[in-house]
Design a protein around this ligand. Structure first.
Ligand code: COA
Length: 508
């Protein structure tokens, strides 16, 4: 498809309009389902035009104009940032990582519901979010029959298109038109009791269609754009990330020798961020060949692994590439097209598939406690960072769930291993491995008190180790329940100390 002719459907050519005209079709209070996942494939023009409209409305002193924004996952300043800046979001779900949204969520001026990403579509089908008024979906192009060539993320697009009364399409000429053919849109999902097995037994299998179906009569506007996805550069792996990656690779080697992992490992799920990217880099320089990935997001590290042959193929729902990653992808898209499949997020993160394939899940965390409960989302128990994303989908259902973090945060003032987590996202029942730059604790087969010693001895920073051992020993000696010993009046005192004096260290 050439850049000039991305809208081939004659009826939809008639509906081409400006972002401002499209934004004028969105009423206050609307439930709006937007495309977008980890800064890829989100609408670039209509949300900004809507924010301008809201700003003018607010300046004129009208009743607050807010909408509810549902997406695949995080978007970018042009969407979340602009709408949050004008206080235009009443409710946001299911994931965000925008600094202005974060501020509003934490100062109580924006509602936010943080859901497992695999479950959002079924909630929408069940009507939990109310009627979907409008879908705003970025696409690469529109075919003659009105079907859509998806963009750099699929996320919840299929569901929003099905559920919405009206659809606004953004056709983005900046997205590489040769992405056509990389998508696998599954139309067999249903609510219980009508569910059928998802017939995926290998990460690379196709079970769906190349294009998004789209009822032409629902499309009220088509807006043409020419703007790049958010593309944050990756930091070079620092010392802590490199050590975390080394511990994980040593662990894989050991598991292979013990016959508990096959030589080609199992399909990899890798969270976003610098530590997961460092793990991918380390895997790429290891002895592995022909690995597979069944994950949410394709980062730069995965492109490199595909190129080197470490990875044979990757299934995901979105890209999340740096500027160099995008350049590399565009340069060699024919190669990557053979190796990458993008699916809807209810399939990329499907519990049934993650369990069947035996995914190895590697995700970041904010803190873990001595018994293996993990907090991925809340700083000091109350302040939302980003959200749970897909980490729960994979941690609960994968074969191995690995959680990683440097052992300290904020210049060493915070220990990421604490007596009790201040918020629980992943329980001790789901968390198998904890890794910091200090070492790795394999929790499988251990009872709670054994887990505590493994975590403290292997993962805690030396500045906090004695303090943790002292807590654990006194909890054991307290004469209370010995299954999971705690001193309830002290369990969250580390967080309280940080809030009061700016450090978790005892004698500061
Ligand atoms: N207490 C307070 N703050 C902490 C902390 C702790 N225990 N641990 C980390 N932080 C802060 C860091 O200081 C940093 O703050 P800054 O942005 O002000 O510098 C921030 O949290 C991010 O930490 P960082 O060490 O840079 O890690 P990261 O970028 O890898 O992010 C998570 C870690 C947990 C926030 C991130 O992995 C996440 O959002 N996870 C949940 C979603 C998920 O797992 N998605 C993947 C599924 S595909």
């Amino acid at each position: 498809m050439s850049t000039e002719s991305r809208i081939l459907c004659p009826a939809l050519q008639q509906r081409v309009t400006t972002a401002e005209a499209a934004a004028a079709m969105i009423p206050a209070g609307a439930n709006v389902g937007m495309s977008g996942f980890t800064g890829a494939g989100y609408p670039k023009a209509v949300p900004g035009a809507l924010a301008e409209r809201i700003k003018a409305h607010n300046a004129a002193g009208g009743k607050p104009f807010r909408i509810n924004v549902l997406t695949g996952a995080s978007t970018a300043p042009e969407l979340d940032g602009k709408l949050a800046e004008v206080d235009g979001i009443e409710m946001r779900l299911p994931f965000q990582s925008d600094p202005i949204c974060r501020e509003r969520i934490n100062n109580g001026t924006m509602n936010y519901a943080d859901y497992h990403l695999s479950e959002v579509a079924q909630y929408a089908w069940s009507g939990f979010f109310g009627k979907m008024d409008i879908a705003i979906i970025e696409v690469v192009g529109i075919r003659e029959d009105g079907s859509l060539i998806p963009s750099s993320s699929l996320g919840n697009n299929k569901t929003w298109i099905e559920q919405a009364d009206k659809i606004i399409l953004e056709v983005n000429h900046k997205q590489n038109a040769r992405m056509e053919g990389m998508h696998d849109v599954y139309y067999g999902a249903a609510l219980p009791p009508n569910r059928k097995p998802i017939m995926l037994t290998e990460p690379g299998q196709r079970i769906g269609e190349l294009y998004l179906r789209c009822p032409i009569e629902k499309v009220v506007a088509v807006v043409e754009t020419n703007a790049a996805d958010r593309n944050t550069p990756f930091k070079k792996p620092d010392d802590a990330s490199r050590k975390i990656a080394e511990h994980i690779l040593e662990f894989f080697d050991r598991e292979i020798k013990l016959g508990r992992l096959p030589k080609g490992l199992l399909p990899l799920q890798s969270g976003v961020g610098n530590i997961p990217n460092a793990v991918l880099e380390a895997l790429d320089s290891g002895p592995y060949k022909n690995l597979t990935a069944y994950t949410e997001v394709i980062q730069d590290g995965m492109l490199k692994m595909l190129k080197s042959g470490t990875l044979a193929m990757a299934s995901a729902t979105a890209f999340s590439l740096s500027p160099e990653g995008i350049e590399e992808f565009d340069k060699d898209i024919e190669f990557y097209r053979q190796k990458i499949l993008l699916r809807s997020q209810d399939i990329s993160n499907h519990p049934e598939v993650a369990r069947r394939l035996g995914v190895i899940a590697t995700n970041g965390m904010i803190e873990a406690d001595i018994y293996g409960n993990v907090n991925s989302t809340h700083v000091m128990g109350t302040r939302m960072m980003n959200g749970i994303g897909g980490s729960g989908d994979f941690a609960r259902n994968g074969y191995l769930s690995i959680f990683m973090s440097p052992s300290t945060a904020k210049d060493g003032k915070i220990s990421s291993i604490v007596p009790m987590v201040s918020h629980v996202d992943h329980t001790e029942h789901d968390v198998k491995i904890i890794v910091t730059e200090q070492g790795l604790a394999d929790l499988r087969g251990l009872a709670p008190r054994q887990r505590a010693l493994a975590i403290i001895n292997n993962c805690a920073h030396p500045d906090f180790k004695d303090q943790l051992l002292d807590y654990f020993e006194r909890a054991c000696a307290s004469g209370r329940g010995m299954h999971t010993p705690h001193l309830l009046n002290e369990a969250l005192s580390w967080h309280e100390r940080f809030e009061q004096i700016g450090t978790m260290k005892p004698n500061a």
